[in-house]
Design a protein around this ligand. Sequence first.
Ligand SMILES: Nc1ncnc2c1ncn2[C@@H]1O[C@H](COP(=O)(O)OP(=O)(O)OP(=O)(O)O)[C@@H](O)[C@H]1O
Ligand SMILES: [Mg+2]
Length: 360
Amino acid sequence: MVDRVQELLKENENLKRIIQNNHIYTLDDQIAQFISLCMVHMKRIITELRLEEYDPKNIERIKRLMNFFENLKQEVEKNIYAIDTLHSLSLDIKQTFLKGWLNKMKTVSFINFKGGVGKTTISVNTAYALSNTLENIKVLFIDNDKQGNASNWLGADLSKGSIAHLMMGDATVKEIIQHTNYQNMDLIPADNGLIDVQSALIKNESVNQATILKNALKAVEKDYDICIVDNPPDINVSVLNALAITDEVVIVTTPDPDSLSGADQMLKQINMVKALNKRLTIRGILVNSYTSDDSTFTALDDLKGYELPIFKTKIHYATKSAKKNLILARRSNKTIFEQYPNCLVARDIWQFTKELLYIK
Ligand SMILES: Nc1ncnc2c1ncn2[C@@H]1O[C@H](COP(=O)(O)OP(=O)(O)OP(=O)(O)O)[C@@H](O)[C@H]1O
Ligand SMILES: [Mg+2]
């Protein structure tokens, strides 16, 4: 019995260390509650042990507590991935700063001409991963798509204005930026008002059409560390404006010939915009809806032909409950991490976030 208690005491110490090292308050409530329960019960074990040693009732009570612990331990093991991810992110973030990746607001654009490849899914969830995990990192999310999918997902209030107002010069950036449900993430939302912007701007030759967003954002760029832009499946004035503020482009593609050809056209456009924005680089191609089958392997071989970096992380195709939860998350204005943190898509997006930050 004493050995077992020693073991539990050791475990208690480990848990304390996990709490300290991992800023446990960022974990979901379930784990935080579990750990505080562990502490309470551990104290009770110790108190009980101090009572008369040979009382059979005490032994019985301790046994019950042991069982309780076993169950809780299993709970934590189910969530161990979340702990591991948060742990490595919080530990290694300093390295990122040292590399200077974030010495000014860094803008990352998610792009592909082809629709439905996962730009919105990945950009929204990556923005959440960045804002929720890294302490003191402020994220600005720009929805640059007239479909407003990311805005809906993030629960935007479109009565407060949108990127269309900004592009038309009808509002300042400070007037249209809104808070999201997440402490460290703000949003510039979009809606179909962007359709009128395209035609209005094309007619107006008196402004430099591609740098409206760039000029507008100057007033807030000191307030944020990372800006994530979700783009439409299109090339238009809005996308050119996004490219003019972008440091790194992530080309999202699914492993099929249509999406790859979308990526190909995108590359040509990006190279043209480089004249406008010298900082613009293509960070890499991100493969979404990955499955282990021959057609995917062939598509990946084709991708290598572009001679562009390809992210090591692949976002797996969500099936069954993961797919259901992905849809549910979107419908209920939750990220996949809140809806179903242990599904493969959530794990892959964590992994991608780390790769984006050059962590491992
Ligand atoms: N890894 C995945 N596995 C399964 N389904 C996915 C995955 N990623 C995205 N989806 C689904 O594919 C659909 C399109 O995703 P999403 O809206 O993110 O694409 P998009 O590129 O932003 O589209 P658009 O070009 O219209 O803006 C959604 O229903 C989404 O739930
Ligand atoms: Mg989209």
